[in-house]
Design a protein around this ligand. Structure first.
Ligand SMILES: Nc1ncnc2c1ncn2[C@@H]1O[C@H](COP(=O)(O)OP(=O)(O)OP(=O)(O)O)[C@@H](O)[C@H]1O
Length: 687
């Protein structure tokens, strides 16, 4: 440091001490009688926090220790009020101490700090409403709050928060570390898309076409997304036209953004409903507050809810919209406090949401958007009663007063029929070979008898390359525990996740898997849907599911967003009920079908297997069931618009336009291939 810098710094320090000086010191002097600099004694009656002692005031701080990344961007902080107690509202609780301590976190209204309180300081509402508690800069202490990135809506306008590099790093990771490789955006025109329903709005071709709110566009760009995925190209204009939507698109194709982008675009532009602000009257305590979200996203699993919430936090960055998540298994009191502090976009699992509604913590009366992610799962036998209760028996606006969006990779016909109750004049969108799988996933089917499964699995794990994560699916919790112990005993770094574990165990396992500490994870169906874990290169169906749609979702944990992956499934006579569905999926995705599987298929017709659709979903065979708008086959159904984005509907291109980009397809992976290692020779009778 140069002498000039040093002397400047010491001058700043002196100035800082001057600015913090108090009137108790005689003549306001900072010098002792002999003229030496005053010792750094704390001025009587005023608390100076340790980090401010001997430091310049905020106005002269450099960007190093400021939370504002670009001082030019930061507003001129209003001068500190000469006497705070004169400016504050007399109705402020008497219990609040007058000598305000910056560390004070005592009782008193926080979230609803009335605008009028600071009107004498600055007319800019950015400094007036929620000045202290919602994240704007704390004018009382001349320092920025840690959460100064929070935006606000006031006087009919959106006031985005400030950029905060540290928080940006937490949310988005390093600027160049975003992983979106493998997506071939040039071949979008080849993607088969069908949109049916009355007056379907045309798709956009890029984010600019969508006239997105500038803050949202900025957040999307910070996420590393330059072009919308096909489902986003369609869902954004459909939702912006305030239409209900049932969207069916392949796993890993960006459906989360498909609903978050249009909802947030609307919210950023329009703001919260006017009358909502009058509900939690200023001055009421946090305990009395009720969370009143404008958007509700329901998810079947806790982990998926958390993931959607994490995505929402990225796109809500610097905006007035406070995302919030509630799910079972976690401390409900923490979630209640979180919801009351701010909840504009709520992500929830149904059970916990019902609980919170019953406790009077959450009201759904201002819901403008209802999203059912993994909608076919949400509406099947397990969740339907809870969904009906939330949507039909609480205070949520009716179907004509809200917009309802449903997303999944699979939509069986009977679920589509059930979904009618929640939708109005909806658009059915199917993007890519929906209900099917991406060609980016190499699917291998191995014949393995039950008793051979352990050794087959060990062989596979030993023969595969070290890079990447391996996800192994089993059918039961007990099997997950057994397999987990077995793999640990074989010295594999392994974790497991299933519904019998506590939430913290589940979260710990998922975290260990994601960060590679345990690159092998054994899971039940709890991890089958929606989870977006980068670098899952291999999915192994140790046990095949009894529902072919579950197969689609499970193997969709790899080969996401245009990346490639491998899915290996152990098949034996216990799985003959899904053979038709399985062969259909393999054919659709141009995968190799072992000759023994074709024999099993033929025999299944002869012996009448596969005639019963799994779990009564009405899928019956494969090849036209779950991805089509069931209304098209309904007598008398009339649509004004039906559109295909390409003339070549069966183009062989995948969701991202990659044509034949699957390097492993039709080739042996080194641990199996036809004829099967652990089963009958190809060509032999299966029984
Ligand atoms: N426009 C985009 N450009 C590049 N990558 C994107 C884009 N939109 C989403 N992604 C990435 O694609 C991946 C998959 O997205 P997402 O989890 O939303 O898929 P999904 O269709 O919901 O999958 P699933 O059916 O398994 O639930 C994520 O890692 C996401 O960050």
């Amino acid at each position: 440091m140069s002498t000039t810098d040093q002397s400047q710094k010491s001058l700043h320090n002196d100035l800082a001490n001057l600015s913090l000086k108090d009137s108790n010191r005689p003549n306001g002097s900072n010098n002792t009688q002999d003229g030496a600099a005053a010792p750094k004694a704390r001025p009587k009656g005023k608390y100076i926090p340790p980090y401010l002692r001997g430091k310049p005031t905020f106005a002269s701080q450099t960007s190093d220790d400021s939370l504002v990344d670009d001082p030019a961007e930061s507003p001129n902080f209003p001068p500190r009020a000469a006497n705070y107690s004169q400016t504050r509202d007399k109705s402020f609780p008497a219990s609040r101490p007058d000598n305000l301590d910056p560390n004070y976190r005592g009782a008193g209204p926080r979230d609803n700090f009335p605008q009028s309180r600071f009107n004498s300081q600055n007319d800019n509402p950015a400094f007036n409403r929620n000045t202290t508690w919602s994240g704007r800069n704390d004018t009382r202490f001349n320092r920025p709050q840690r959460n100064n990135f929070l935006g606000m809506w006031a006087k009919g306008k959106h006031f985005p928060g400030q950029r905060n590099p540290k928080y940006e790093f937490t949310l988005f990771g390093p600027p160049d570390g975003v992983e979106h490789t493998g997506i071939n955006f040039d071949k979008y025109d080849d993607i088969p898309v069908e949109a049916s329903g009355p007056n379907v709005p045309p798709p956009i071709t890029n984010f600019e076409d969508a006239s997105l709110n500038s803050l949202l566009a900025e957040n999307i760009s910070l996420s590393g997304f330059l072009t919308p995925t096909p489902v986003q190209k369609w869902s954004i204009p459909i939702c912006s036209a305030q239409r209900d939507l049932m969207a069916c698109a392949q796993t890993g194709s960006g459906k989360t953004g498909g609903f978050l982008f249009p909802i947030l675009n609307f919210a950023f532009d329009i703001g919260p409903p006017d009358d909502r602000e009058n509900e939690n009257v200023p001055g009421i305590s946090l305990r009395q507050k009720i969370a009143m979200p404008i958007a509700l996203i329901l998810s079947p699993t806790r982990e998926l809810a958390t993931q959607i919430y994490d995505e929402a936090r990225k796109y809500c960055y610097r905006s007035w919209v406070r995302p919030c998540v509630v799910y079972g298994g976690a401390d409900i009191n923490q979630q209640i406090i979180g919801a009351k502090r701010g909840c504009d976009l709520l992500v929830a699992t149904p059970g916990r949401l019902v609980d919170m509604i019953q406790r009077g913590v959450i009201s759904l009366k201002y819901i403008q958007f209802l999203v059912l992610d993994e909608a076919d799962r949400m509406l099947d036998m397990g969740f339907e009663p809870q969904i009906r209760r939330i949507v039909e028996q609480e205070d949520m606006p009716g179907v004509h007063l809200r917009q309802t969006l449903m997303f999944s990779a699979t939509f069986p016909k009977n679920i589509q029929i059930l979904a009618r109750d929640f939708l109005k004049e909806y658009v059915f969108l199917s993007v890519g070979r929906v209900g099917s799988t991406s060609e980016n996933i190499t699917q291998k089917i191995e014949y393995v008898e039950e008793e051979d499964k352990f050794s087959a699995l060990i062989d596979i794990l030993n023969s595969q390359p070290d890079q990447g994560l391996t996800l192994i699916f089993v059918e039961t919790k007990k099997m997950a525990d057994i397999l987990h112990s077995h793999l640990i005993s074989q010295s594999f770094q392994c974790c497991s996740i299933h519904g019998g574990r506590t939430q913290s165990e589940r979260e710990y396992a998922l975290e260990s898997f994601k960060n590679g500490r345990a690159p092998v994870m054994v899971a039940t169906a709890v991890a089958a849907r929606g989870l977006d874990i980068p670098n899952v290169t291999h999915v192994i169906n140790f046990d095949l599911p009894s529902d072919i749609d579950d197969y689609v979702h499970r193997i969709g944990r790899t080969g996401r967003a245009g990346n490639v992956g491998i899915a290996t499934s152990f098949f034996n006579r216990g799985n003959r009920n899904i053979v038709r569905g399985l062969v259909g999926i393999l054919k659709d995705a141009n995968q190799e079908i072992p000759s023994w599987l074709n024999i099993v298929l033929r025999e299944s017709y002869d012996f009448g297997y596969s005639k019963t659709a799994p779990r009564g979903r009405g899928r019956g065979g494969y090849g036209g069931g779950s991805s089509r708008d069931y209304r098209e086959n309904t007598k008398g159904a009339k649509f004004n618009h039906r559109s295909k984005s390409t003339a070549n509907v069966r183009s062989g291109a995948d969701q991202y336009g990659n044509r034949g980009s699957n390097p492993g397809a039709n080739s042996s992976y080194g641990y199996g291939g036809a004829p099967p290692m652990y089963g009958p020779d190809s060509g032999s009778s299966w029984f």
